[in-house]
Design a protein around this ligand. Structure first.
Ligand code: NAP
Length: 409
């Protein structure tokens, strides 16, 4: 049996054709709040890993680009066009967390970045690191990669405010023009439109299956709520199976579809599962999940719930991937009350950088980063958020944690 080579393999990229020079430009956004605490530490760790792996042969040319408060202070814009252009030129970028500006005219900078850079797939690997406090009895059985569609669903931003004339008209049209009369609309109802398309659904499922093939994963679960939302979530599942059959030669065997991995001749099982059942099962028997492909909202909830199972979102990495560029990011927010105190946990951003190194094909450097993080946590070199769960463990600062990782590569 050709098993996954190591726990490291889950972060390997889904775009293996990327051609990377020996000194690639990587664009980075420091981020708001704790971004200025964690981003320099992430850069220090990545530089140390590259140096250890390649000496002077390969190194990253870091280029700071601006978004969020820093961009607004410098340019009067929350997300300047120069930033988007620089990320597109670099093809690879990494970002700290961004605050959502209140009254700034942008709904969410993160959503805007994903839309404008056409980063249609969000990839969230979730695995356990020994020594991280977790609510599960056997957290080590969680090793799941969530592929979440990034551009559609209820996140499309098509919403109508309760009481607005347009909203009232739409409600009236639904009743009269579209004969949706069996639904009761109380006064002051807001409306949202859920968009699920065939091309976006198929692109997401295709990427998830290709990842399963490349990384020798054994199962792909299509997660949906198609029993209730037949023409959106149900259609996602239907189109997903079309990809399985038409593009990967899948065949129905019992309750599953089976695809033969062309590299190993092993079978990858594809099944679909209703979202609420999936939430139960990932908690009760996480070992039966491997790769999950789902839409935006389900994926948002699922990836954070899974991250909590293995110790919280402070340590979960993430990537947003499109056809031409990829943006790696800390999955937590700006934690404003801890900003500037050199105490936040930089692991989420550091492990996102580890995914980035694998995406670039710099696997040796990625291995050093992972080894450093694993060893630091094992040695109870912990920032406050983890240290508080252990009696007698004094928390260390963000920068000291970075140094602890570098020493343990
Ligand atoms: P948050 O910033 O994630 O912080 C919530 C709590 O989580 C913190 O108070 C802290 O808990 C813990 N935490 C988060 N990151 C941590 C880290 N690296 N190290 C240690 N503890 C950490 O969530 P929020 O307060 O709801 O959001 C604040 C802002 O961030 C908002 O403007 C929101 O829009 C934005 N946001 C951005 C992103 C992104 O850029 N991807 C994602 C989510 C939210 P304790 O105080 O209990 O230790």
């Amino acid at each position: 049996m050709n098993e996954r080579s190591s726990s490291n393999s889950q972060y390997i990229n889904v775009q293996s054709s990327l051609a990377v020079p020996s000194e690639p430009v990587v664009a980075y956004i420091t981020g708001d709040g704790i971004g200025s605490d964690i981003t320099p530490v992430m850069i220090e760790v990545v530089n140390a890993a590259c140096k250890k792996a390649y000496g002077e042969q390969r190194k990253i040319d870091w280029q700071e680009v601006y978004a969020g408060q820093k961009a607004f202070d410098l340019t009067g814009e929350w997300l300047p066009k120069d930033t988007l252009d620089a990320i597109q030129r670099a093809h690879i970028a990494i970002k700290g967390p961004l605050a959502t500006p209140i009254g700034g005219g942008i709904r969410s900078l993160n959503v805007a970045l994903r839309h404008q850079l056409k980063l249609n797939t969000c990839m969230r690997p979730v695995r356990y690191f020994d020594g991280v406090p977790s609510p599960l009895k056997k957290p080590e059985s969680v090793d799941i990669v969530v592929f979440r569609e990034n551009s559609e669903d209820i996140y499309s931003g098509i919403e109508f405010k309760a009481g607005d004339a347009l909203c009232e008209k739409l409600i009236s049209d639904l009743k009269t023009v579209y004969s949706v009369s069996n639904i009761h609309y109380p006064k002051q109802s807001g409306l949202g439109v859920k968009v699920i398309s065939e091309p976006a659904s198929k692109a997401l499922v295709r990427r998830a299956i290709q990842f399963a093939i490349d990384q020798n994963r054994k199962k792909v679960a299509l997660v949906h709520k198609g029993n209730i939302m037949k023409y959106t979530e149900g259609a996602f599942c239907h189109w997903g199976y079309e990809v399985v059959v038409d593009e990967f030669g899948g065949e129905k065997v019992g309750g599953f579809y089976e695809i033969e991995n062309p590299h190993t001749q092993e079978i990858i099982q594809v099944e679909d599962i209703i979202a609420d059942a999936c939430f139960q099962h990932v908690l009760l028997r996480p070992e039966s999940f491997d790769v999950i492909a789902t839409m935006n909202l389900n994926g948002d909830y699922l990836s954070d719930a899974l991250a909590a199972q293995v110790g919280g979102i402070g340590i979960a990495p993430g990537a947003n991937i499109g056809d031409t560029c990829a943006l790696f990011e800390a999955t937590h927010g700006t934690a404003p009350k801890h900003a500037g105190k050199n105490k936040a946990n930089p692991s989420s951003l550091i492990l996102s950088a580890e995914m980035m190194l694998r995406h670039m094909g710099w696997t040796e450097a990625a291995d050093y980063v992972l080894q450093g993080v694993e060893n630091a946590i094992n040695d109870k070199q912990l920032t406050y958020d983890f240290a508080r769960f252990y009696e007698g463990v004094d928390p260390i600062s963000t920068s000291a944690y970075g140094q602890a990782i570098c020493k343990r590569m």
